[in-house]
Design a protein around this ligand. Structure first.
Ligand code: SF4
Length: 451
């Protein structure tokens, strides 16, 4: 049963030292109880307390890792049914299937697209996460050859090894070393051997049920065999069944703390249709509703990019605006005669403004003021982007040491604070910039320091 903040507090050292980035132990205990922080964030908790609190405050969907190091993939850790209740924790993994039944060129193409279809959006790097390697015909040599090829050519891919044969998976796993793949294919017939292999290799196990009832029975059996890190396939191969199973599993895990379904699901849009666009539609529904991993038959930019963007939107913390650091950002190699602009630290604003400035090729200084992630007008209305605060920031930012002139360009939407800002910064000229970022290039090309 979940512990309350007060129960957790009793097990904390109560130093109130703030090393967990929270000023008091009480506040930290409340955050752990709410699932917003890990007990490991306090360096002074005893191992015994860690175990008790960690077990009691573990999320109802178990967190698992596939792979190792910085590029490893994390699934699960979810604590709510709806994003607005708190947030979704770990984005749905997007995997591409390669199979021993595919030609070399088909496999090479998929690996190549896995490596090249990568995007950056509002400072977030986005890409597919996993390659699922399927043993299609029971030929161990073909399977291990394919595993080796993926290992050699896609260094940052996290792997799903798929076979019903334990020996085949064992051989593939040996090749992976510390890249700890997901071993997929534990069923009613091979579950004992698969459980042993997963334990021996320290890898998470993928369970393959035919129906949700079979999945529950198999999950209970594997939990009994000591398997903790699992991913479940309920056997659904239609959109309707997959959606229903995902919802049933998530509700059972969150509302009823039903352990056999307290795992991320793996779903196979690649087996639900032959139409790539329909496959993308199915994947988009399953990303929105609870899939831990979706396996696609191929990656194409026009399909992958919208899915990545959908995923970014759904898994962004709604309680925490996306922000960039308060700082001075040099763009296009500015010098002491370059224009100086200021805007807020809402990520979207920063990336739109900096993109336009960069595109203008005009060397410029962009000052980003911390407005707690609010956009220009909202921040001004909330008292976080007023003349007094902007003036304080200008004085402490160090920009005066980088330029000879004293002219500050403010967003067009802040025209009303010009006079007030001139009073606060009496040795500066305040210029009202354009309202829209798209007009910045033309504005900057015409700009000359005020005489
Ligand atoms: S690091 Fe530990 S002891 Fe220090 S304030 Fe946080 S919870 Fe308390």
């Amino acid at each position: 049963m979940a512990l309350t903040g007060i129960q957790i507090l009793k097990m904390l050292p109560k130093k109130n030292c703030g090393e967990c980035a929270i000023p008091t132990c009480l506040a930290f205990a409340m955050k752990v109880a709410a699932g917003q922080m890990e007990i490991d964030d306090c360096p002074y908790v005893s191992d015994e307390a860690k175990e008790t609190i960690g077990e009691a405050s573990a999320p109802p969907i178990r967190t698992i890792k596939i792979g190792a190091g910085d590029s490893s993939f994390t699934a699960g850790g979810e604590t709510c049914l709806f994003r607005h209740e708190k947030r979704f924790e770990n984005p749905t993994g997007i995997a591409v299937l390669v199979s021993t039944s595919m030609s070399d060129s088909d496999v090479d193409g998929r690996i190549d697209r896995f490596k090249t279809l990568r995007y950056e959006r509002v400072g977030v790097f986005m890409k597919a996460d996993l390659i699922a390697i399927q043993d299609a015909d029971g030929d161990q040599a073909s399977f291990t050859g394919l595993v080796q090829k993926v290992l050699d050519t896609a260094e940052d891919a996290n792997l799903i090894l798929m076979s019903d044969k334990t020996e085949t998976l064992a051989e593939g796993t040996k090749l992976c070393g510390d890249r700890k793949p997901l071993l997929f294919g534990a069923n009613q017939d091979n579950s004992d051997a698969m459980a042993n292999l997963a334990k021996e290799q320290g890898c998470p196990l993928g369970l393959k049920g035919g129906t949700i009832d079979e999945t529950i029975a198999l999950s209970e059996k594997l939990i009994g065999a000591g398997i903790k890190d699992m991913v479940i396939d309920t056997g659904a191969r239609t959109l309707r069944a997959a959606l229903e199973d995902n919802i049933v599993a998530r509700r059972a895990a969150i509302n009823s703390k039903f352990k056999p379904l307290g795992f991320s699901t793996i779903m196979f849009p690649c087996e639900m249709t032959d139409d790539p666009l329909m496959e993308a539609m199915i994947a988009s529904v399953l990303i929105a509703k609870y899939a831990g991993i979706v396996v696609l038959s191929d990656l194409q930019g026009d399909i992958l990019f919208p899915l990545l963007l959908e995923r970014l939107n759904i898994f962004t913390d709604p309680q925490r605006p996306m922000v960039v650091e308060e700082d001075i950002y040099p763009i296009n190699g500015p010098d002491d005669n370059s224009p100086v602009m200021i805007t807020c630290n809402f990520s979207l604003t920063y990336f739109i403004v900096s993109g336009e400035v960069e595109g203008s090729n005009v060397p410029s200084w962009l000052l980003i003021k911390d407005t707690e992630g609010l956009s220009v007008l909202t921040a001004w209305a909330a008292g976080k982007f007023g003349a007094d605060l902007i003036a304080q920031f200008i004085k402490k930012s160090g920009i005066e040491d980088k330029i000879k002139h004293r002219e500050l360009i403010i967003p067009g939407y802040l025209a009303t604070i010009k006079g007030e800002l001139e009073e606060e910064l009496s040795d500066w000229t305040i210029t009202i910039g354009p309202r829209e970022a798209g007009h910045l290039p033309a504005f900057l090309k015409e700009w000359k320091p005020a005489a």
